[in-house]
Design a protein around this ligand. Structure first.
Ligand SMILES: [Zn+2]
Length: 87
């Protein structure tokens, strides 16, 4: 069961900042979705080859980064241009 406080101002994440160093726990400001964006409470996240390229140092201009873009979760916020098609 998800227990995220959607009124919170911060979120917890694992951030990658430097090749050869481990991920580090960080607390970051909770993003506010605008326009066509949505805010997702992540329940699970996969690791793909892009994440491994970042960790291997093949892609460095994006650091620091919270890796993982293949997520499963619940939509907890949306920008004003997002239309809800179904529930
Ligand atoms: Zn991917």
């Amino acid at each position: 069961m998800l227990s995220r406080d959607v009124t919170a101002q911060t979120m917890e994440a694992m951030q990658f900042s430097q090749v050869g160093k481990p991920l580090a726990f960080v607390e970051k400001p909770l993003p506010v979705p605008v326009d066509g964006e949505i805010l997702i409470e992540v329940a699970a996240c996969g690791v793909c080859r892009t994440d491994l390229h970042i960790i291997d140092g093949d892609i460095e201009d994006c650091l620091p980064i919270v890796p993982g873009h293949e997520v499963v979760g619940r939509v907890v916020g949306k920008g004003e241009k997002v239309k809800i098609a179904c529930r």
